[in-house]
Design a protein around this ligand. Structure first.
Ligand SMILES: Cc1cc2nc3c(=O)[nH]c(=O)nc-3n(C[C@H](O)[C@H](O)[C@H](O)COP(=O)(O)OP(=O)(O)OC[C@H]3O[C@@H](n4cnc5c(N)ncnc54)[C@H](O)[C@@H]3O)c2cc1C
Length: 425
């Protein structure tokens, strides 16, 4: 769909030649924001834009969802989860020795005081999501893809809700309205859901994207129409003159530029290592199934909190997905983890028809503290980072791009970037 045109040149004062590495939702939104500032931007992507992790997410656009993945008490629940092959967390034995240091940092990040700090930081990048996306959606003509129709978490019992009180408290602390619903109110809000849920937590300000891949494709198309370049290449490293960035190395030659943004999702780890930055970035693999004709279509996005997955009404059908599998980048997918969601989905949505569904696996790029790295490389000039958005990259992509454009343009940055520094590890 998207044509590659070759490298851009920039001659006007203040205009920079900027290479963005990675055409997922984060890189593409960042490229669009930089282009809005008049820079000559090249988006380097070996695949179709949006075809990796950004293809299959659950579309959640939830400014008030600020709970990190590591939460207090999780350590207590992990052994039980690991014993259950259909549980929300699986660690493949072969990966365990490699992931142990990451797991230790993950457990440390789950202390309640740290969780509250992380939630505040996540709100800085996720809170303004609708506002940050608005100009991009308008320019690309895809405002219809975003629905601010609310998001509902479902709890089977009062006890399970009480156990998750901190998650709810973190949502409330954002200042967004949080409505606690009983069984009847859940059914009135959306009769698609089973009457077996005792408590619902509804956030009217949250919403969802009806086609995450379509979103990236539309942004990439607009980027090219406005004169941006998409280069179908793999970045292999950086050409530096001392600490100063000169270009991106590829097998087909050097792509020269004044600045570079590394936004290659989970693959960023290898790239930034070539500059001496060691980041604990792990793939938290997730799965989805999409049913084109489910028979019953809920109106709002829903998260059955006991099973830790999400259900989203999308343009192409009903998508159910989530779960975490730690197995590294290269192990083959285990689609049984996607199919197990079908069974759980039928419990949440009685009458759900399971036919002709598609299965998918993707790599959430996750640091142990669930926070991305956003900002300037501390020991290199002209090098910027935008990766590691974990379970919330769709949500945070536009604000990430906006903040980086402000930083590169020498303007006041609309969020505090200190908490996203690569030096925090
Ligand atoms: C099951 C599941 C559900 C999810 N649900 C949600 C949700 O509801 N809401 C939400 O906000 N987030 C969600 N996420 C997370 C979200 O999908 C990710 O955080 C987001 O897609 C990450 O985007 P990215 O651009 O950083 O990475 P990617 O989309 O993976 O893009 C990185 C790109 O870099 C390219 N690349 C790699 N190496 C190189 C190289 N050497 N040179 C050039 N390019 C390179 C890749 O080809 C790829 O296209 C979910 C994820 C999963 C798995």
């Amino acid at each position: 769909m998207v044509e590659s045109k070759g490298a851009e040149s920039a001659s006007a004062p203040g205009v920079k030649r900027i290479v963005v590495i990675g055409g997922g939702v984060v890189g593409t939104a960042t490229a669009c924001y930089l282009q809005r500032d008049g820079h000559a931007v090249t988006l380097m992507e070996p695949d179709e834009p949006g075809n990796q992790t950004s293809f299959g997410n659950l579309g959640g656009i939830s400014p008030a969802s600020v709970a990190p993945i590591a939460m207090p008490g999780m350590l207590r629940d992990v052994p039980k989860m690991l014993m259950d092959p259909e549980g929300p967390l699986v660690i493949r034995a072969a990966r365990l020795p490699f992931v142990l240091p990451w797991l230790l940092q993950f457990i440390r990040a789950g202390r309640e005081d740290r969780v509250r700090e992380i939630a505040r930081a996540l709100y800085a990048v996720n809170g303004p999501t609708f506002e940050a996306y608005a100009p991009l959606l308008k320019d690309a003509g895809v405002e219809h893809l975003f629905h601010r129709s609310g998001q509902l978490s479902l709890y089977p019992t009062r006890d399970s809700y009480e156990k998750d009180r901190l998650t709810v408290a973190l949502k409330e602390a954002t200042g967004h309205k949080v409505e606690i619903l009983n069984q009847d109110e859940i059914r009135q809000l959306d009769p698609a859901f089973s009457p077996h849920y005792d408590v619902g937590v509804f956030i009217p300000d949250n919403g969802h994207c009806k086609n995450p891949f379509g979103l990236v494709q539309a942004l990439a198309k607009m980027f090219v129409q406005k004169g941006g370049t998409i280069l179908k290449r793999d970045a292999t490293g950086f050409e530096m003159a001392g600490p100063r960035f000169k270009g991106v190395r590829t097998a087909e030659g050097l792509v020269a530029g004044d600045a570079v943004v590394v936004a290659a999702g989970v693959w960023s780890k290898k790239l930034v290592r070539t500059l001496g930055y060691k980041v604990p970035l792990e793939s938290l693999r997730g799965y989805h199934v999409t049913i084109p004709d489910p028979g019953v279509m809920p109106r709002v996005m829903c998260i059955p909190a006991d099973a830790k997955f999400a259900i989203t009404p999308m343009e192409m059908g009903l998508r159910m997905g989530g779960t975490v599998e730690i197995a590294g980048l290269d192990a083959p997918p285990n689609y049984a983890r996607a199919r197990m969601l079908l069974k759980i989905g039928q419990k949440v949505i009685p009458g759900l028809k399971i036919e002709n569904y598609t299965e998918w696996m993707g790599h959430r790029p996750a640091h142990p503290d669930s926070l991305p790295v956003i900002g300037a490389a501390p020991r290199h000039d002209g090098v910027y980072f935008a990766f590691g958005h974990a379970q919330q990259g769709l949500l945070g992509a536009a604000q990430t791009g906006k903040a980086l454009a402000e930083l590169i343009g020498g303007r006041e940055v609309s969020m505090d970037l200190k908490q996203f520094s690569v030096d925090r590890f």
